[in-house]
Design a protein around this ligand. Structure first.
Ligand SMILES: [Zn+2]
Ligand SMILES: [Zn+2]
Length: 404
C-alpha cells in the first residue's frame, strides 16, 4: 500500500518503496552538497540517514543550503539539517552526529549502512571515509564540486576495484604524508583553500549521487546499472556529461579490504571495561599471552615541551577544536612548542590502558585489530568490534547488514 506521498515514484515500474523504507545511509558532511543529498533522501522516503559534521552554520552557508535558515546560525550543521529533514518527511529517521568523522563513527556504523555518501571538501576526509566504508563493505558514493564542475565517483565494497587512494596522483600522495596523522592532516586541509561552489552544482551532483544509491539498493544491475569504479563528471560551463573508468593501482598503499569482525570474548559484552581488560580477556580467550590490539586512531599519551621539557598527560585521541589556530600545541609553562606521544598499539602497559575506549575518544562500534604478537604480520590479524552501543536509540537498534 503506497501512501499518497510516494504515489508518483511508485508508479515507476522498478521502484520498490519497501526497499527505500529499509535503506540506510550515512552522509558525511552537511555543507551545500550534504544538504542536497539529505533533502533528496528525505523526500524519496529513505528509511534511515545518519548525518555527520563537525561544523556550525554560518551566514555564508545560507545561500546554498536548503536545510538552513538565518535562525540556525551558530548551531551544529548536522543537528539543524536533521530537524529540517524530519520536517520534510517524518517517515525518514535522521540521526545527527556532531563531530569529526573518526571520533563519532567506527567501522561498525558503516557495517550497518547500505551506502556512505561523501560530501566533504578535502582529500584527508575522503581517505578516512574510504577506509571506514571499504573495511565495512559499504558502497562509497563520493561527490565533488568546483564552481563549474561536479563529479560523482563510486567506490565499490569490493577490493578488486579502485579505491579513493588508487585515484590519487603522486603529488596528492606526497601531500598526504604518513608523518601526519589523518586528523592532523584533515585539520590542515580543512582551512587550506576553499573552492567557491553554488547550489546549482550541489543540487546537480547530489541528484546523481542519490540516483546511483537508489539503483544500488534495488540490487538489479541489469536493469539499473550502478557505475561502480567509475566517475561521472558534469561540466556545467559547457553543458557536458561524461563517464570514465577510475584506475586501480596495484601498489595502492591504503587499499581497504572488506572484513567481518570476529566474535569478541563474552567478557567484552558483560563488563564495561578498560583497554587492559579488553586485551586481557582477548589473550585469555585465544591463549595468546603476547597478543596486542591495534587501534584505528592514535592515542596521545602526553605532550612534551620541546623548549623546557615539561610534560602533560593527555590520554586521548587527538581531536580538532575546529579552528585554524588549532595547530601544534603550546606549552602552558613557557609557551614553547609541544609534541605529542602517539601510539595505536595496546600492549597493556600504556598510561591510558586503565581507561575505557570511550574515555580515550573512541566512538561506539569502533573496530580494532587483534594480533597474536606485535611482530605478527597484518594477515593474521582479526577485527573485533568494541563493546558498547551508540547513545542514539535509533542507531543502537540497527543490526549489521549481511553482505554478498
Ligand atoms: Zn586503492
Ligand atoms: Zn615549556
Amino acid at each position: 500500500m503506497t501512501s499518497e506521498r510516494y504515489a508518483q515514484p511508485a508508479s515507476v515500474r522498478w521502484w520498490r518503496e519497501d526497499l527505500l523504507k529499509d535503506a540506510r545511509a550515512v552522509v558525511v558532511g552537511a555543507g551545500a552538497l550534504g544538504n542536497e543529498v539529505v533533502k533528496n533522501l528525505a523526500l524519496l522516503g529513505w528509511g534511515t540517514v545518519v548525518l555527520i559534521d563537525f561544523d556550525r552554520v554560518e551566514g555564508g552557508n545560507l545561500g546554498k543550503s536548503v536545510l538552513f535558515t538565518d535562525k540556525d546560525i551558530g548551531r551544529p550543521k548536522a543537528e539543524v539539517a536533521r530537524s529540517a529533514a524530519a520536517r520534510l518527511n517524518p517517515d525518514c529517521t535522521v540521526v545527527a552526529l556532531h563531530g569529526e568523522l573518526r571520533t563519532v563513527a567506527g567501522a561498525g556504523l558503516f557495517a550497518r549502512m547500505d551506502v556512505a555518501f561523501g560530501c566533504v571538501d578535502n582529500a584527508a576526509a575522503r581517505v578516512a571515509l574510504g577506509q571506514l566504508a571499504g573495511l565495512a563493505g559499504c558502497l562509497f558514493v563520493d561527490g565533488g564540486l568546483t564552481s563549474w564542475e561536479g563529479a560523482v565517483r563510486l567506490y565499490a565494497p569490493d577490493d578488486t576495484r579502485p579505491c579513493y587512494v588508487c585515484t590519487l596522483t603522486e603529488e596528492d600522495l606526497s601531500d598526504l604524508t604518513l608523518r601526519h596523522s589523518c586528523l592532523a592532516y584533515a585539520r590542515r586541509a580543512q582551512y587550506g583553500q576553499g573552492v567557491p561552489t553554488t547550489v546549482l552544482g550541489a543540487s546537480a551532483v547530489a541528484a546523481l549521487m542519490v540516483q546511483q544509491a537508489v539503483k544500488w539498493i534495488h540490487h538489479d544491475p541489469d536493469a539499473l546499472p550502478v557505475r561502480l569504479g567509475e566517475e561521472i563528471r558534469l561540466d556545467l560551463a559547457h553543458d557536458q556529461y561524461a563517464r570514465t573508468t577510475l584506475p586501480r593501482r596495484e601498489d595502492c598503499w591504503l587499499h581497504p579490504q572488506a572484513a567481518s569482525p570476529a566474535a569478541a570474548p563474552d567478557a567484552w559484552a558483560r563488563t564495561a571495561t578498560d583497554w587492559a581488560g579488553l586485551l586481557g580477556s582477548w589473550r585469555d580467550a585465544t591463549n595468546e599471552p603476547d597478543a596486542v590490539l591495534r587501534l584505528p586512531m592514535e592515542i596521545n599519551a602526553r605532550t612534551t615541551c620541546l623548549a623546557c621539557g615539561s610534560t602533560r598527560p593527555v590520554n586521548h585521541v587527538q581531536e580538532s577544536t575546529g579552528g585554524p589556530e588549532d595547530g601544534p600545541g603550546r606549552c602552558a609553562d613557557c609557551g614553547g612548542r609541544t609534541v605529542p606521544d602517539l601510539s595505536n598499539l595496546v600492549t597493556g602497559d600504556e598510561p591510558w590502558a586503565l581507561l575505557s575506549p570511550g574515555d580515550t575518544g573512541f566512538p561506539p562500534w569502533s573496530w580494532v585489530e587483534a594480533d597474536p604478537g606485535d611482530t605478527a604480520d597484518a594477515d593474521t590479524a582479526v577485527h573485533l568490534e568494541l563493546p558498547g552501543l551508540p547513545a542514539e536509540p535509533e542507531l543502537a537498534r540497527l543490526d549489521p547488514r549481511r553482505r554478498g
